[in-house]
Design a binder for this molecule. Structure first.
Ligand code: ADP
Length: 471
């Protein structure tokens, strides 16, 4: 049975995780603090309230005890109760000699008292109880007065205390929320600060990958990061040296090959001038083949030398204000086909860009030569201005380049576009032309691409896109 790996659940980024951890710690701590503050405050407020209410109930009970007349009737008890100075609701339970009980109160019914409390007081014990009456918290205190055969009760409303506790809960909740959000903000800030060195490493690596090999990380004064900075800079240094060595090797080899090649070229030229004197046709063919291969070899060495200058990072632009339309005219004049139509709107005649004229003329001429070699000749060269860029395009009416080969043709030693035979193709080029075009244009901050012709006809359209910011 085939084992299928399930896709991993997406993990949160480091910054989000640090922020969340801080927020969770803030929430936990503030919830703990708020919970315990609320519980302690509630307990102490209730205890205080109960103590005050109990004291007052005993005072009132004492007053009732002394003031209640023997054989008191309900009316005199009610009068006595109204004379009490209390913010509680008082109730008196009397028990006649015949065991018949009666309740006297100005405000409440005896049902307002919990039965269990009544039972305890009836058995002769003073009692106190917190309970809920129709959704309102109440405190009931009952004090038996056996000598008078009555029991004195007070019901104190804890409503005010409840609302105080509710406002306290709201404030504590708000404080917890603020603490949690502050924790998240602190976490975000700390994560940014902590990860800044890592993003610096990312930026530096990106710069090195983009060709700025001399990029290094700044040490700073953080001993914890020193090891990372040192090893990164070591790696960058080793990479730079290695690439320089490789570049130097290619350029040294090319240099060394130049003079024997020149000798060979001169010799073959001498032979070529005597070509007609050769009796054998196969000898003539051999001279032709050698002349063609030596020319190709020289082209390869020249291209290699040039490309190694890019690799070594020593290629420099000699910038001037140049007109793209004029560049195209120069390139067409320098190419084999001088009749290629140039399409540029008249408003572009006045336009100038900062560019190295010699390099760009060579680049356009190279594209024109390729159109000649592989596309039966260029059909048009266009100059356009789009979104802050100038685009110079060379079109031909050949077979075009298949979509899957459009990146490959710009690679070094890429020849004969079209699948497997690509690298061993039939063209007489060396496969460095478009790679050099890319390097020249990249040095200008631009890019090259190949696409279909916009009119839908067969053929390739090579586009050089340059930033027009210096216009
Ligand atoms: P070379 O030096 O061999 O001409 P290039 O880098 O200039 O190398 O071109 C690479 C390959 O891209 C060529 O071998 C050719 O197959 C293809 N190519 C270049 N220009 C065109 C074009 N205009 N039409 C079709 N194919 C092209």
């Amino acid at each position: 049975m085939a084992l299928r790996r399930l896709p991993r659940a997406p993990r949160l980024g480091l910054r989000s995780r640090i922020t969340l951890a801080f927020a969770a710690s803030g929430l936990l701590l503030s919830a703990l603090l708020a919970g315990s503050t609320w519980a302690i405050t509630r307990e102490s407020l209730l205890t205080q309230r109960e103590a005050t209410a109990t004291r007052q109930a005993y005072q009132n009970a004492g007053y009732v005890k002394t003031q209640i007349p023997d054989e008191a009737d309900a009316e005199s008890i009610r009068l006595l109760l109204t004379s009490l100075v209390t913010n509680a609701a008082p109730l008196v339970r009397t028990e006649g000699g015949d065991g018949v009980e009666a309740w006297v109160s100005d405000e409440l019914d005896q049902d307002a008292l919990p039965t269990s409390l009544k039972d305890v007081v009836q058995r002769g014990d003073p009692a106190r109880m917190r309970y809920d009456l129709d959704g309102t918290p109440e405190l009931a205190i009952g004090i038996p007065l056996p000598e008078q055969n009555v029991s004195y009760f007070e019901i104190v409303s804890l409503d005010e205390l409840q609302s105080t506790l509710e406002s306290l809960a709201v404030s504590l909740f708000g404080a917890s929320l603020v603490t949690t959000l502050s924790g998240a903000a602190l976490g975000y800030w700390i994560s940014r600060r902590t990860l800044r060195p890592l993003s610096n490493v990312g930026v530096a690596a990106e710069a090195i990958a983009g060709g700025r090999l001399d990029t290094r990380l700044e040490g700073g004064d953080d001993p914890d990061l020193e090891a990372l900075v040192t090893s990164f800079n070591h790696m960058a240094q080793a990479l730079e040296e290695r690439i320089e060595r490789d570049g130097r090797f290619a350029s040294d080899v090319s240099h060394e090959l130049r003079s024997p090649l020149m000798t060979l070229a001169a010799s073959i030229e001498v032979l070529a001038t005597r070509r007609e004197e050769m009796p054998d046709e196969s000898a003539q063919a051999a001279v032709d083949l050698m002349a063609a291969d030596i020319a190709r070899f020289q082209q390869l060495v020249d291209d290699l030398l040039e490309i190694s200058r890019f690799d070594a990072g020593v290629a420099r632009l000699s910038l001037d204000d140049v007109s793209p339309v004029e560049l195209v005219h120069h390139a067409v004049e320098a190419s084999t086909d001088r009749d290629v139509p140039i399409e540029a709107s008249p408003d572009l005649d006045e336009m100038v860009v900062r560019a190295d004229k010699r390099r760009l003329v060579r680049v356009i001429a190279n594209l024109l030569d390729n159109a000649e070699k592989y596309g039966g000749g260029a059909t048009a060269v266009t100059v356009d201005r789009t979104d802050g860029r100038v685009e110079i395009a060379v079109e031909d009416a050949g077979d075009g380049i298949p979509a899957e080969d459009r990146d490959l043709v710009f690679e070094r030693f890429s020849r004969g576009a079209g699948g497997a035979g690509r690298r061993t193709g039939s063209s007489d080029g060396v496969g460095l032309g478009l790679a050099l075009v890319t390097e020249h244009v990249r040095l200008h901050g631009g890019e090259v691409r190949v696409e279909d012709r916009p009119d839908g006809q067969s053929g390739a359209r090579f586009v050089i896109s340059l930033p027009a910011n210096a216009t």
